[in-house]
Ligand binder design. Sequence first.
Ligand SMILES: Cc1cc2nc3c(=O)[nH]c(=O)nc-3n(C[C@H](O)[C@H](O)[C@H](O)COP(=O)(O)O)c2cc1C
Length: 115
Amino acid sequence: MEFEKVLQLRQSTQKYLPKQISDDHLQALLDVANRVPVGSKLYKDIHLTVVQNQEILYDSPMVIFVSHRKQELQPGIEWANVASVVNEMHLTATNMGLGSVYMWRFGNHAYDNGT
Ligand SMILES: Cc1cc2nc3c(=O)[nH]c(=O)nc-3n(C[C@H](O)[C@H](O)[C@H](O)COP(=O)(O)O)c2cc1C
């Protein structure tokens, strides 16, 4: 897909079909996550956890959790690095015709009023 088109089509998906993505698509997402720009090349401090279980997960067939080891020397770089990973996976999902959403937290939609 043209890059401009990917940017135009990108949106947050809140409802998902009860269908798992293909292994190829999952691999493509993980490959992208492994080569995004990351501050201080802290790849070894980033961990991806793929959970595929629609019954327990926010009604979505798959969630990729992105965790980052706390950085004492560069406080806050964890957040920037995780954002870099998530954003590129979100755009890659769009490029592959998959719905996705960038989630700050889990459990409900009331994330933007501090609850
Ligand atoms: C850093 C960040 C955190 C977000 N956290 C959540 C979230 O916890 N739950 C959610 O439903 N959407 C979340 N979103 C998605 C935004 O609500 C969404 O991108 C915004 O409303 C614009 O809609 P669009 O992505 O469809 O253009 C988050 C987006 C970003 C960039």
